[in-house]
Unconditional design. Sequence first.
Length: 106
Amino acid sequence: MTIETVGRILTRPTDDGKTDVIIGACFKKQTTLKPNRIYEIVSVLGELILRDLGESVVGKKIKESFNCDICWGHDINAILESNNNKWLTKEEMVSKITKEKKKCRH
């Protein structure tokens, strides 16, 4: 078993002592984290584990983005301030759209 350090994250504290933002960076030679993926962080017995959930809706260019108004070419602040769909995988977005369409029919 080999252990590879792939990056680090920094957490921002709030006034009440909680965390509301995570900022992360990958090490240049890491190969574990795949590009344009949504990862979920889970805690198991106090250890943090990353789960690859799937492809992000955010595209390299706006025309490559899936049902969202941002792309990786935008300033990072614009991406962070955009709607919450950026946290969804393409599969989750399709499911959300399908549910919304079903609600409209009733």
